[in-house]
Design a protein around this ligand. Structure first.
Ligand SMILES: C[S@@+](CC[C@H](N)C(=O)[O-])C[C@H]1O[C@@H](n2cnc3c(N)ncnc32)[C@H](O)[C@@H]1O
Length: 269
């Protein structure tokens, strides 16, 4: 049953609808945690890139967005807030776009948007949710993205994908993000924040300030790093903006495909 169908079934009663949604989300979350090897100590090797788990999330959700833990059916409030009063020009890329709400917000702000996700099912779902969209959706892998995207975007936006990836993949993910940014373009990252030394026991893995600062590579310079304290039901977040000087091209090195064994964190002693 689609989102509209469910609303009708609940007779438009918002409170009941919210409760019902929350219950379905909690049930889905429990099942998804149970099949995520990153939830068990030493289990990460079974799915080092977490790809099997992301595929499973969308497959198990069917067409119920409550089954996709990050799907709020609205753009992230810190993106909405950043876009307020801004008019975008040129091309934007939404990385790990999920069900497509952030890409729609970037498009509504004026950008010509390309959006991609690893999971083809997420892309089909996003297109179905926004049939009139001008967003160009693709199933693609951050670690093996089309060469034509290199240095091609005036704004690259990433929300919650880095924090969903195992630590060992972050240098490669960071290089891939920087590589998309055109001369004069910017990278905008929204992620949960944690202190250095805090070790999150299971995913998502909020990012440290050092990890955010390390996104300034391949000629990207930090423009702003906002440390946004918990408020309005949101936990503490980073919202960081990086810019490439107009005269600098991204590195022309080809990213190597991540080998599953190389990506695995070191074995427990
Ligand atoms: C935590 S979700 C965030 C989704 C969306 N950005 C949002 O804010 O709602 C992370 C997304 O990244 C996608 N993803 C994970 N690994 C990826 C990869 N290697 N390449 C592209 N997308 C990936 C997942 O399928 C998932 O949709």
């Amino acid at each position: 049953m689609g989102e509209e169908g469910r609303e009708k079934r609940l007779g438009g009663n918002t409170e009941t609808a919210n409760e019902d949604f929350a219950q379905r989300r909690a049930a889905a979350r429990e099942k998804l945690d149970a099949i995520d090897p990153h939830h068990s100590p030493g289990g990460a090797e079974a799915d080092p890139l977490r790809k099997d788990w992301f595929e499973a999330v969308y497959a198990l959700a069917g067409d119920d967005p409550a089954g996709v833990p990050w799907a709020n059916l609205a753009p992230h409030p810190l993106l909405t807030d950043w876009l307020e009063g801004r008019r975008l020009t040129g091309r934007a890329l939404d990385v790990g776009c999920g069900l497509g709400d952030n890409a729609e917000a970037l498009s509504a702000a004026g950008a010509a948007v390309t959006a991609f996700d690893l999971v083809a099912g997420a892309i089909v779902w996003a297109r179905r949710r926004f049939p009139e969209t001008t967003v160009d959706h693709h199933a693609a892998d951050l670690f093996d993205a089309p060469v034509a995207w290199r240095g091609a975007f005036d704004l690259v936006h990433e929300c919650y994908t880095l924090q969903a990836l195992p630590e060992a993949l972050l240098p490669q993910a960071s290089a891939a993000l920087a590589g998309f940014v055109a001369p004069g373009g910017a990278l905008l990252v929204i992620a949960r924040a944690r202190e250095e030394g805090e070790i999150p026991p299971r995913p998502p893995w909020p990012l440290t300030r050092a990890r955010i600062e390390a996104l300034a590579e391949q000629g990207l310079a930090i423009e702003t790093i906002e440390d946004i304290p918990a408020r309005d039901g949101l936990v503490r977040h980073w919202r960081a903006l990086f810019r490439r000087p107009a005269h600098r091209r991204p590195l022309s090195v080809k990213l190597v495909r991540v080998d599953r064994r190389d990506a695995a964190p070191p074995a427990e002693p």
